[in-house]
Design a protein around this ligand. Structure first.
Ligand SMILES: Nc1ncnc2c1ncn2[C@@H]1O[C@H](COP(=O)(O)OP(=O)(O)OP(=O)(O)O)[C@@H](O)[C@H]1O
Ligand SMILES: [Mg+2]
Length: 159
């Protein structure tokens, strides 16, 4: 299933992320794709807030991995932009983060190529528009359909 959403500005990107984060549970990996400056980090900030983290969320562009903890939940926020090969990515220990209590957000997930990290994946593709962005959120996994449907109706009624 795939949903396409128009998101007019940065505040709405955050709001969408926060709603999405409210609906998510572990184990899960979220792939975030889109050009430089598409809004992957702003969307991630919303998701992490929606998962219940109150601390400041900063871009992992330079740190590569940022980690947040809420009770039993571990959240990992990665940016693969500066890595070139799948081996470099695996050297981050990414597969050690995958467990029943983790949610992993991966900016520039296209750097993984065909490498299959998990079955529990939701994909987010962000496209620049003249004004605003289009978010395309999809998953091949049936259990995520209710989340996508709820996100769709949230956006349909948000103003
Ligand atoms: N829906 C939106 N409409 C217009 N601008 C937006 C929207 N969402 C975010 N932005 C703006 O896009 C810019 C880039 O955002 P962000 O840093 O999140 O991108 P990114 O995809 O993480 O970039 P990078 O590839 O460098 O990591 C910010 O200036 C932000 O305000
Ligand atoms: Mg970013």
């Amino acid at each position: 299933m795939k949903i396409d959403l128009f998101v007019k500005d940065e505040a709405k990107t955050f709001k969408l992320g926060e709603k999405f984060g409210n609906l998510l549970s572990s184990p899960l990996i979220i792939y975030l794709k889109g050009d430089l400056g598409a809004g992957k980090t702003h969307f991630s900030k919303g998701i992490i807030k929606g998962l219940g983290i109150d601390e400041d969320v900063t871009s992992p562009t330079f740190t590569l991995i940022n980690e947040y903890v809420k009770n039993d939940l571990n959240i990992y926020h990665l940016d693969l932009y500066r890595l070139d090969t799948v081996n470099q990515i695996l050297d981050l220990g990414i597969e050690d983060f995958i467990n029943d209590n983790s949610i992993i957000l991966i900016e520039w997930s296209e750097k993984l190529g065909e490498y299959n990290l998990s079955d529990n994946i939701i994909m987010v593709d962000i496209f620049h528009k003249k004004e605003g962005r289009t978010f395309s959120i999809s998953s091949n996994i049936k259990k995520y359909e209710p989340i996508l449907k709820e996100i769709k109706s949230f956006v349909d009624t948000w103003d």
